[in-house]
Design a protein around this ligand. Structure first.
Ligand code: GLP
Length: 260
């Protein structure tokens, strides 16, 4: 794992934006796995700016989002379809026909999950998978005890995750209970993974993901099994790590190591 520790949220987000832009410049037809959540909003703002000011083009990029709430149509304001349009897609030159999220309102969510998995395989897999992390260590909506080999499927959200997402819905009753999410196996199949975590609320999950045992109790710890996983952290999110001196020795200032 590459552990890059940046001074603050702005620097960590800019580091991730730089890696995404570099990937798209190197491979204009890259297949990107995208994430949602509050952490990604400043990242998507930066990518919009880089598109506008620096000519970073997404015209040939294909995207697959990690997840969507079961029961929500794409037009629902709380859906991840809406989130992606508002945060990114409406502001860049991406071809919407090449953007993919699971349909939360699919009549048969299990068939939708299988079709989503097949669609990813059909384009040859994901080149770069962006990830956030939940306070309980989830990636996508793979809650603790998710199989480390799982494929796209329906997951029941934990009470904690529902509480964290409650702010985006009118009331508790309308806050979704289920999600369609790429599995941990799907995520691990991406050619590289890039996780962004900012803020002290993520410190415990980040420490368990990086320095804890590989365990379904902390789904993000599965990234220890990935040969090309980069975790970009701000100081607050890195504050529970024990081997900080080593990470900073290898990647001073969150930059590349001598051998990268
Ligand atoms: C959500 C998403 C995850 C995201 C996580 C953290 O539930 N499904 O993909 O990484 O929770 O969200 P935030 O960045 O808002 O803390």
């Amino acid at each position: 794992m590459k552990v890059l520790i940046l001074e603050d949220e702005g620097a960590a987000t800019a580091r991730v934006a730089g890696i995404v832009a570099r990937s798209v410049r190197a491979n204009p037809a890259a297949v990107l796995g995208l994430a949602t959540g509050g952490t990604m909003l400043p990242l998507y703002r930066l990518l919009r700016d880089m598109h506008r000011d620096e000519g970073v083009s997404f015209a040939q990029v294909t995207t697959f989002n990690l997840d969507e709430y079961v029961g929500l149509a794409p037009e629902h304001p709380g859906s991840y379809h809406s989130y992606m349009r508002e945060a990114l897609f409406d502001h860049i030159d991406i071809d919407l026909a090449r953007t993919h999220l699971p349909r939360g309102d699919a009549p048969d969510p299990t068939a939708e999950a299988d079709a989503y998995e097949a669609l990813i395989a059909g384009v040859g897999g994901i080149d770069l998978q962006l990830l956030g992390i939940g306070r309980n260590g989830h990636i996508g909506f793979n809650e603790p005890t998710s199989s480390l080999g799982s494929a796209t499927r329906i997951k029941t959200l934990t009470t904690e995750t529902r509480a964290a997402n409650r702010q985006y819905f009118a009331d508790d009753e309308t806050t979704p209970r289920y999600a369609l999410t790429m599995g941990i196996g799907t995520i691990l199949a991406a050619r590289s993974c890039l996780l962004l975590a900012t803020g002290a609320a993520k410190a415990d999950a980040v420490a368990r993901a990086i320095e804890g045992p590989v365990s379904a109790a902390c789904p993000a710890s599965a990234l220890q099994m990935h040969a090309r996983a980069t975790l970009v952290l701000d100081r607050a999110a890195a504050s529970d790590l024990k081997l900080t001196d080593y990470y900073e020795h290898v990647h001073p200032g969150g930059g590349e190591s001598e051998f990268d």
